[in-house]
Design a protein. Structure first.
Ligand code: THU
Length: 150
């Protein structure tokens, strides 16, 4: 299920504020699209990330994956519960909410399967905030370990 809100729901305010502040740490000299992400773990720990670009454009890594993979690398026993993402261009947050790319969706769904949980994805924009109750809602028919079986 995906819900659209005009403002950030109270429950996600802190996480979204952290994702917004992380846009300042983005390394995006090529796209100049500064993205920040924050992951809330089940015990309340918050882990952050920002997009990391490369002159070899294909090696750019999204803020969501930086945050999510840092989270599981450092806290392999803690379930991720929510992910917030925000982006700014020339110092202003985008009007449209930031929607994770297909690769990030695939990584979110892998984590939901690994931890047997759902990860709420909070996509911030100044005009609209969209909240997906699970990564799987953003990736219908996504590839998973089930598809590796004969
Ligand atoms: N990017 C993210 O970090 N997250 C998204 O959800 C969309 C795209 C980054 C990748 C690249 O550094 C820049 O934004 C432009 O695509």
């Amino acid at each position: 299920m995906i819900h659209n809100h005009p403002n950030v729901p109270e429950k996600y305010k802190e996480l979204v504020d952290i994702a917004k502040s992380m846009t300042k740490k983005s390394y995006a000299p090529y796209s100049k699209f500064n993205v920040g992400a924050a992951v809330l773990l089940s015990d309340g720990t918050i882990v952050t990330g920002a997009n990391q670009e490369n002159a070899a454009y294909g090696e750019c890594i999204c803020a969501e994956r930086v945050a999510l993979l840092y989270a599981t690398a450092n806290y392999p026993d803690k379930k991720p519960a929510a992910l917030a993402v925000a982006a700014s261009v020339n110092g202003s947050f985008t009007k449209n909410c930031v929607s994770p790319c297909g690769s990030c969706r695939q990584v979110i769904v892998e984590m939901e399967n690994r931890f047997n949980c759902n990860i709420e994805v909070v996509m911030y924009g100044t005009d609209q905030v969209s909240v997906a109750m699970s990564g799987a809602d953003l990736l219908p028919l996504g590839f998973s370990d089930n598809h590796l079986k004969k």
